[in-house]
Design a protein around this ligand. Structure first.
Ligand code: ZN
Length: 60
């Protein structure tokens, strides 16, 4: 399983998101960022943000 901690991406949040695939994880991370952190979807989809998120993915 893949996980990502919000805190690692620089958010003041203790959430850890998980997914079976990178695609699934990125999708739930995007939803969480929009719903819980007030981001706009287009802000999450920038190459910089996607790269930042991907660089903090952990395999558990
Ligand atoms: Zn969060």
């Amino acid at each position: 399983m893949l996980t990502i901690a919000c805190r690692d991406v620089g958010q003041p949040c203790d959430c850890v998101l998980s997914g079976e695939t990178e695609e699934e994880l990125l999708k739930s991370a995007a939803e969480h960022a929009v719903n819980d952190h007030g981001y706009k979807e287009e802000e999450i989809m920038t190459p910089e943000m996607q790269q930042n998120i991907k660089s903090h993915i952990k395999r558990v």
